[in-house]
Design a protein around this ligand. Structure first.
Ligand SMILES: [Ca+2]
Ligand SMILES: [Ca+2]
Ligand SMILES: [Ca+2]
Length: 455
């Protein structure tokens, strides 16, 4: 009874806050699994105009789509009266972080392209743009043995706006689902029984199809997810573009943010759940919020990050770009502020090693800094672009984790996390801004790896 009271108290609060801004969808946690049709029937009987109820197949959570334009208090009360209701929250909007330069995306770079997957053949030779990647020297990546490039078994899920999987610097590193590969890829059958038909290389949760293509728009998305993917794992020495931190790992593209630069909590949860179930070792999460003043924390989002930790996965999360102390405003920066096990929250540093002017910080809840200004990486349409943001710093750390984990595949996620945190370069200007007071040092991290391997 006590739990139910809390849930109802929350929804009354939130129904005022969200009455205008949000899609008319509720996330409901029940005390146990029941058929979605039963939930729908019950809500209809209590007078609610329910379009559809979706079983999220995660900790007894359901997504209730209503027919109204915006959430109403009456609706919230009806959901709260469901038998066994543990929690009710609005299905909030989520935005990508690192959109500071979005408006600089020229139109010529955002032309729509054919999203059909094709194999792209590239050549050999140095990456011509490598001299413009200051993060390579800054993190000591240039002093890591060149043969240490990662292991294809290490899968990093890029949970974002999608990925240009035909980009010549990314194509060879895109994940292929073994249960939907080859002839199974387009037969209209969910061959591996994971609930997604023909998900041969990931999923598009925003448009609900099997092509997690990074759709762009002038002000909403310049190719944010493609950029993050390139920072993690653009191919090295293929004669084109840049190199990623870990150029020989596997990238699982999961799209939940649309070309408008907007996703939902439910789709973020689905993407995280997919990443966990389909074997991603690491998730790179360059997004968060909430954006609206007074938003309540999302219980379901917290639960899915906790689930990733419990199942031995590492989650890397952007601190956000609001020049804000996350310790003092934890509700305004989620999932950044969750402080769960196996989770790293990343601030952005500039070439001087200082905190980037836009970066969030937090002496307790933000763990380290990594390069996040003028980061050159891949964008949609075989192109490259400089972007700023904690969004760009996050995949630098995710890539470093992938490189290190490739060398130490038996290691548990918490030890990977500790190795990253214990090898940072201390910076006087970062003291008090991030937990470690330092910035990512991949050279020192990989030395740690070699020592452990030798032992
Ligand atoms: Ca499937
Ligand atoms: Ca299939
Ligand atoms: Ca390259």
């Amino acid at each position: 009874m006590k739990i139910q009271f809390r849930a109802i108290a929350l929804l009354v609060f939130s129904s005022f806050i969200f009455s205008q801004a949000q899609a008319a969808e509720w996330l409901v946690k029940l005390s146990g699994r029941v058929p979605a049709a039963q939930v729908q029937q019950y809500l209809r009987q209590s007078g609610m105009n329910v379009m559809r109820v979706e079983d999220l197949r995660f900790n007894s959570w359901y997504l209730v789509h209503t027919a109204t334009e915006s959430l109403t208090r009456q609706e919230g009360a009806a959901v709260g009266k469901l038998p066994g209701t543990r929690w009710v929250e609005p299905n909030k909007r989520i935005r990508p972080y690192g959109n500071r330069n979005f408006q600089t995306a020229p139109r010529s770079e955002i032309a729509p392209r054919d999203p059909a997957f094709k194999r792209v053949v590239t050549g050999n030779g140095p990456d011509p743009m490598i001299g413009k990647q200051w993060m390579i020297q800054d993190t000591g990546l240039d002093r890591v043995a060149p043969q240490l490039r990662g292991d294809k078994r290490v899968i990093v899920a890029v949970i974002d706006t999608g990925v240009d999987y035909n980009h010549p610097d990314l194509n060879a590193n895109i994940w292929m689902n073994p249960g939907e590969a080859g002839a199974l890829a387009n037969n209209g059958i969910d061959d591996d029984g994971n609930g997604y038909v023909d998900d041969f290389m990931g999923w598009d949760f925003a448009d609900n199809d099997n092509l997690p293509w990074d759709r762009t728009s002038v002000f909403g998305n310049p190719g944010h997810g493609t950029h993050c993917a390139g920072v993690i794992g653009a191919q090295a020495d293929n004669g084109v573009g840049i190199r990623g931190v870990a150029p020989n790992i596997t990238i699982m593209p999961l799209r939940f943010i649309s070309e408008k630069g907007e996703g939902t909590t439910a789709d973020a949860v689905k993407a995280m759940k997919y990443a966990i179930e389909m074997g991603a070792w690491i998730t790179s999460n360059s997004w968060g919020g909430p954006e609206e003043e007074g938003d309540p924390d999302s219980q379901i989002l917290r639960e899915v990050f906790a689930d990733a930790a419990a199942r031995g996965r590492l989650t890397v999360v952007a601190a956000g770009n609001d020049r804000m102390d996350v310790d003092r405003n934890p509700m305004k920066a989620t999932p950044a502020s969750y402080n769960l096990p196996n989770m790293l929250t990343v601030a952005a540093s500039n070439p001087r090693g200082d905190l980037a002017g836009f970066s969030n910080y937090g002496a307790k809840l933000v763990h380290l800094a990594a390069p996040g200004t003028a980061i050159l990486s891949t964008v949609t349409g075989d192109r490259y672009m400089n972007l700023d943001g904690t969004s760009m710093a996050t995949p630098v750390v995710a890539g470093a984790a992938a490189l290190f984990w490739s060398m130490n595949p038996q290691m548990k996620a918490d030890r990977v996390r500790n190795a990253i945190l214990s090898t940072v370069t201390p910076m006087p200007s970062l003291r008090g801004s991030v937990l470690t007071g330092g910035k990512l040092n991949i050279e020192a991290l990989m030395r740690e790896s070699t020592e452990r391997v030798r032992r």
